[in-house]
Design a protein. Sequence first.
Length: 345
Amino acid sequence: MGERTLVKWGVVSTGAHADSKIVPSMKLAVDTELIAVCSRSKERADLFASKHDVPMTFSSVEDLAQSDVEAVFITSPNASHADHTKLLAEHGKHVLCEKPMAITMESAQAMLETAKHNKIKLGIAFNLRHHPGHQYIKNILDKKSLGTINLIQGQWAFGKRTETIPEQRTGLRSWWHQPEVIGGSDSLMSTGIHVIDLIRYFIGQEALEVTAITDGQTTDRPLDVLAGVLVKFTGGAIASIFSGRTIPDSHNDLILYGSDGFAKGSGTISESLQGSIHIDSETIKYENSYEYYHLGNYVKEIEDFNKSVQTGSQPLATGEDGLQALAITLGAIESAKTGMTVKLK
């Protein structure tokens, strides 16, 4: 087998997410060479590049697309993902895009079509899939070791004690409070969609209908900070998902109940690799804890996409996965607005 080559990466956006998580993870990931960063401000790009030792900077995605990068991690505001993907794909660049992949189904579908037409890999940054405990659970589910999955419960929330109203994001992060940029929901487009995707990944079923209750999606309060979602899947399973920014002592866990046993991740619903899993079925008794590694899931996500670029395999979370998770999330937002169950199939 020939020696693998480094994948030359670029990053779109110099925001906090890229600064504290994505780029540091790239520095740790094997087969990874970060050679370019793009920001609307050349000054911000230059400062970011100096901090992270990145050789090239650009102030437009068009210019980045014409560089020598092979793959680009898009971390720009949600409403920009589709346009940035199109520009990069048309120049043959593989794209790993932050979730949500887009803020409308039409733009998400266009991303898939653009990627297919230009024969590039399109991955979505659902890093919860890469937690080794979640990988173990996925393996036993594929073997039907829990029987028929009937109920799934997942939660990813956070907050600060004594703080009833979450701190407002300001400056370049203020887009998080703009419904037309974030995609109509704060908590669901932030952490809820991650849990939705993980559940869909685990059980391998598509959603039939979704019902949601939030503290937003009204004229006076267009964005929520707390959401509860129920989803019914094609195989009969029902899932409950909770997300929010006002739960300081949230137990960010996930549990799957099957006809022959259960699987639980305690504290594994996190951007960090951490927590423990517990599985008890008719055929498996298993427990394992994971040493805390803040960037672990991100490093594995980047290395997985490197493999896709190098070998032509599909990334663990594809554009199609992003599309289906978005459909459920947008359905939940619509349900919260109307007070009605939304049929997806």
